[in-house]
Design a protein around this ligand. Structure first.
Ligand SMILES: CC(C)(COP(=O)(O)OP(=O)(O)OC[C@H]1O[C@@H](n2cnc3c(N)ncnc32)[C@H](O)[C@@H]1OP(=O)(O)O)[C@@H](O)C(=O)NCCC(=O)NCCS
Length: 394
């Protein structure tokens, strides 16, 4: 009997130099740096550079990246029109997927056959920055149009995080809010061979183009067992209402065998290394917006659930309420995750192409035994070729 690793759990599929998840020490390193140090000290643009190039940028490199990022912030009328074609009641991840797909189609138009689709290292860096720069505009416009508002033009005097908030809300965010938001982007940027990153690597391994790989990754991230969990956390908070209702709500939820979104992780079994940093960012937002009720509900549900099940929060647990306090709609949470994780996805696509092997696992067949179509008479040439092939196979 073949040893099947359902869900590829425990399978080491390749090497990576991009990030290291260590469940034993509860740590996450991007290119060797602990993620909490990066979140506390680096703008998101610098972390993107780190993931793509392996080193933090020099001042000149950061300035160059910021200049290119600023140059690609504005969506073309075609992309705005494509977003407008997505029904307002579709999930915004469908909107993001559509917009990214069109950006790719426009960029690749007239660029030769599929044989060159995977592109050079330079092509893929340029494509990565293009998507990184366009995503804030896509996500911000998505939320705005659901409120019946027009898109807001980017501000050249603002860095990535501050400009993202500006394009969403049309007001200059307080530095405390910009800092918390920047930290969340850094924490969401990369997490080794998670489902969406692995999806991107599978597509890249077929030597398809970077845009196709990213669009496929968006599809994987939409699932509630992956990126969709942060919005589910806020729905749970809304259901519970306030801290005094946690115990009866949890009694009911556990009795009906519900999964409590925002808790548990495939790799971390004793706590997610990103949670303390994001929880600290949430605490600054709670103080800034004077919303102690949010912290009370958060703490009560966490301590009740952990003491009953021994399952710890993952990053989606603190990021959901943090995004909500900043003013993002629940439906915008997973697109925010895309804006951050596109850096990790694209770094992995480039790494995959750097030493590519087509990703193509085997499966154990459990269907019907061989059977035949009644009355079928094989073409003699086909029958002969099959016999020859069988003989050659021994
Ligand atoms: C993330 C997740 C899919 C990891 O799953 P996994 O490693 O495959 O672990 P399993 O789903 O097999 O869970 C093992 C046990 O813990 C329970 N469990 C795990 N997470 C749970 C949760 N959030 N709520 C309730 N029970 C949970 C499972 O029901 C299972 O119990 P059982 O052995 O009695 O059947 C899972 O924890 C989950 O669904 N969490 C909620 C969604 C979420 O927050 N996703 C974001 C991940 S970053």
């Amino acid at each position: 009997m073949t040893d099947i690793k359902k869900g590829l759990a425990g399978v080491v599929a390749d090497e990576t130099a991009i990030s290291k998840v260590n469940p034993e020490t509860n740590s996450l390193l991007y290119r060797g740096y602990p993620v909490q140090e990066l979140a506390a000290t680096q703008p998101f643009e610098a972390v993107a550079h780190l993931l793509w190039h392996g080193e933090l940028p020099t001042d000149d490199e950061l300035a160059a990246l910021r200049a290119t990022e600023r140059a690609h912030r504005t969506l073309t009328p075609e992309v705005i029109a494509a977003i407008d074609l997505v029904p307002l009641d579709a999930h915004p991840m469908d909107e993001v997927r559509t917009a990214l797909s069109l950006i790719g189609a426009i960029d690749l138009a007239g660029r030769g056959s599929v044989l060159e689709a995977s592109g050079s290292v330079e092509d893929n860096l340029e494509r990565s920055i293009r998507l990184f720069a366009a995503l804030p505009a896509i996500v911000a416009y998505g939320q705005r149009r659901r409120h019946g508002d027009e898109p807001i033009a980017p501000r050249d005097d603002l860095d990535y995080a501050a400009n993202f908030l500006w394009m969403t809300f049309g007001v200059e965010a307080d530095p405390v809010v910009v800092d918390a938001f920047n930290r969340s982007m850094v924490l969401y940027a990369e997490h080794s061979f998670n489902a969406s990153t692995f999806t991107a690597r599978v597509v890249a391994s077929a030597l398809s183009d970077l845009y196709s790989a990213v669009v496929a990754a968006v599809g994987a991230l939409k699932g509630p067992l992956h990126g969709g969990a942060n919005e589910a956390v806020l729905h749970i908070f809304e259901e519970i209402g306030d801290a005094s209702n946690v115990v009866p709500w949890l009694d009911d939820a556990l009795a009906s065998k519900r999964k409590i979104m925002g808790f548990g992780h495939r790799v971390y079994k004793r706590g997610d290394s990103r949670v303390p940093t994001m929880k600290a960012a949430l605490d600054t937002l709670v103080a800034h917006y004077d919303r102690p009720d949010v912290a009370e509900l958060y703490d009560t549900l966490e301590s009740e659930f952990v003491s009953r099940k021994g399952i710890y929060p993952n990053l989606d647990y603190p990021s959901g309420p943090a995004y909500s306090l900043i003013g993002f709609d629940i439906l915008t949470f997973t697109p925010l995750f895309v804006a951050a994780r596109v850096t990790g996805w694209t770094a992995h696509i480039m790494e995959q192409l750097g030493s590519n092997a087509l990703i193509r696992p085997l499966s154990e067949y459990v269907g019907p035994d061989e059977r035949h179509i009644e009355g079928y008479v094989p073409d003699p040439a086909v029958a002969e070729a099959l016999t020859r092939a069988e003989e050659a196979a021994g």
